[in-house]
Design a protein around this ligand. Structure first.
Ligand code: SF4
Length: 268
């Protein structure tokens, strides 16, 4: 099956392990399911739905009445950020576009770079991407800056608008599910905002060229190599048995801090 649409998830896997990209996106093999991961994904889906509903101007109360956990998290958010994350419209800089689950594509050789923004706000002079993350571990700012989600999302926005890189920013809001019992500090929502620049834009363009050429070669050769075991990625890979890199299924708890690319992102 040809790989035409390229998302941030594809790029991450291509860098992490080409064989894993082959298994998941070309061979479409289902990875063994991790119950904890599924639970995190369910929480992510519920929270994203609530945010979409709010953007559509629909009342949240009926949703929250059926979901006390979600109600607790939304209340914590509202207490921490009464202006709803500073996302209320600014009358001095009217928004020309504001949309949740906004999808964009950019032709790139024989591929189509594709992004889906949780929330996109455009004014004549600025672009702001908001992404909800619903897990507890917060990556460092440097990790978020390097992450393909950040890089691709900002890159595509520059290339599909008249805005300059310096006019763009991306904010990750971290909203974990409430802990059972007494609220803990780790339950508190928090945000990280990343600025963009022409240098970063050029750097991403170079890396995109490098990676897509590499993907061209892999597809032509029909050979997606396994990653070097010394890098440790096989330890928690669901395909470790298949690759003969483990004698039993990988334990998702082996790595105490999951990487940003492996947790509760809603696939596009
Ligand atoms: S087990 Fe290792 S080589 Fe095999 S797909 Fe997973 S990360 Fe790649």
């Amino acid at each position: 099956m040809p790989l035409v649409t390229l998302t941030q998830g594809h790029l991450k896997l291509l860098e992490l392990c080409p064989r894993r990209l082959q298994y998941t996106h070309l061979d479409q093999l289902a990875a063994p399911e991790d119950p904890e991961m599924l639970e995190r994904q369910r929480w992510g889906t519920r929270f994203h739905l609530a945010m979409q509903q709010r953007e559509l101007g629909l009342p949240l109360e009926p949703l929250l009445a059926q979901d006390p956990e979600l109600a607790t998290a939304i209340q914590a958010l509202a207490e921490q950020s009464p202006d709803w994350f500073g996302l209320e419209s600014n009358p001095t800089e009217p928004e020309v576009l504001r949309q949740s689950e906004h999808r964009r594509s950019l032709a790139w050789g024989s591929y189509e770079l594709t992004v889906v923004y949780d929330l996109l706000r455009l004014t004549p002079h600025s672009g702001h991407i908001i992404d909800w993350k619903t897990y507890r571990q917060r990556p460092k700012k440097s990790q978020l800056t390097q992450d393909w989600q950040t890089r691709l999302y900002l890159y595509v926005l520059v290339e599909t608008t008249d805005l300059d890189p310096a006019q763009l920013s991306m904010t990750y809001w971290f909203v974990p599910p409430p802990s059972a019992g007494k609220p803990k500090a780790v339950d508190r929502p928090g945000a990280v905002t990343l600025a963009y620049s022409l240098n970063k834009h050029r750097h991403t363009a170079r890396d995109l060229r490098r990676l897509t050429r590499y993907l061209d070669d892999l597809l032509a050769a029909k050979n997606f190599p396994k990653v070097d075991t010394a890098l440790g990625h096989c330890l928690r890979c669901p395909f470790a048995l298949r690759c003969q890199r483990a004698a039993r299924p990988a334990d998702p708890l082996l790595s105490p801090i999951p990487t940003i690319d492996t947790i509760d992102e809603i696939p596009i």
